[in-house]
Design a protein around this ligand. Structure first.
Ligand SMILES: C[S@@+](CC[C@H](N)C(=O)[O-])C[C@H]1O[C@@H](n2cnc3c(N)ncnc32)[C@H](O)[C@@H]1O
Length: 276
């Protein structure tokens, strides 16, 4: 495994595809400004999961993410709240902090889970997480995903009344497809999140389709995509399979090894580096 030269400033190359074991703050601090077109990531949610001894300095991570994001680049931050005696609202605090340090709050999208476990007897079952779409300035790339419209073909459609007050109708063609809404629904668990059994050695995998749809929406082939807390490598798999460059960082060597194996199973080879 290659060790990182901590004295040098790293520069991305045209074929960057790597996984790095380390604290993402320390790793990103060695990078130049404005190099990442898209980050798709999900942090540890409060203390919901038992990861392998992580350190989560949110404000330092946010600051580095802002610095390394290219002008017009996008950060997709997928996050939920701890729900125990009410909601922690950590998600909102994080979103407000991103805005405070300069990110443009482009959108708040919803990741709806088609199948969710029962959660509380005195509240509705929680079936979503937030996907905060933060950007450095306005996003420079938006490739809108479309869905079929319910009605299409030709119909007699009303148009604006003229001074005669008569509501006239004319034959017009309805659009076959429309831009999707900002609520995205995914089945979760084996077969929904991913078919890769190895990914479930990690306790908190997000759906491959979620990563894919953000990658297609906010980046173009050849762009550099980052997941600074990459876990089982979901963002990396979808980025590399779709012609993007990728860097994944995780503080756990065990999770980086899961990601490496998962990518290798798809025929994707990546360089492995260690910060220490
Ligand atoms: C919610 S999981 C990400 C799961 C990932 N999206 C997937 O699909 O597998 C969060 C990850 O953040 C990692 N992590 C926590 N603190 C970190 C830090 N300071 N630097 C790098 N990784 C960190 C944890 O080890 C964990 O794997």
């Amino acid at each position: 495994m290659q060790q990182i030269d901590t004295t040098a400033t790293w520069q991305p190359s045209t074929d960057t595809a790597k996984l790095i074991i380390g604290n993402c703050v320390d790793v990103m601090r060695r990078w130049p400004d404005n190099i990442i077109q898209l980050t798709v990531t999900s942090p540890p949610y409060d203390s919901l999961r038992d990861y392998r001894g992580y350190d989560f300095p949110f404000e330092a991570i946010a600051t580095e993410l802002y610095r390394v994001t290219a002008q017009g680049g996008v950060l997709v931050w997928v996050v939920g709240d701890r729900i125990k005696n009410g909601r922690s609202l950590t998600s909102f605090r994080q979103a407000l902090y991103f805005q405070k340090i300069g990110f443009f709050a482009h959108d708040i999208m919803i990741y709806q889970k088609k199948n969710t476990p029962f959660m509380r007897s005195n509240a509705y079952t929680n079936a979503y997480e937030f996907m905060f779409i933060m950007s450095k300035g306005k996003p420079s790339t938006f490739n809108p995903l479309k869905e079929p419209t319910q009605r299409h073909g030709y119909e007699m459609l009303p148009h604006n009344k003229l001074p005669d007050g008569i509501n006239k109708k004319t034959l017009k063609q309805l659009k076959k497809e429309k831009t999707r809404t900002n609520i995205w629904s995914y089945a979760v668990g084996l077969g929904g999140t991913t078919k890769d059994k190895i990914a479930f050695r990690h306790p908190a995998v997000f759906p491959e389709k979620l990563a894919l749809e953000h990658i297609l929406s906010w980046s173009n082939p050849g762009d550099l995509v980052l997941d600074p807390m990459c876990g089982s490598g979901t963002t990396g798999k979808m980025a590399l399979l779709n012609g993007r460059r990728f860097i994944g960082i995780d503080i756990s060597a065990e999770y980086i090894d899961i990601a490496r194996q998962r990518l290798a199973d798809c025929g994707l080879s990546v360089a492995i580096e260690s910060e220490s």
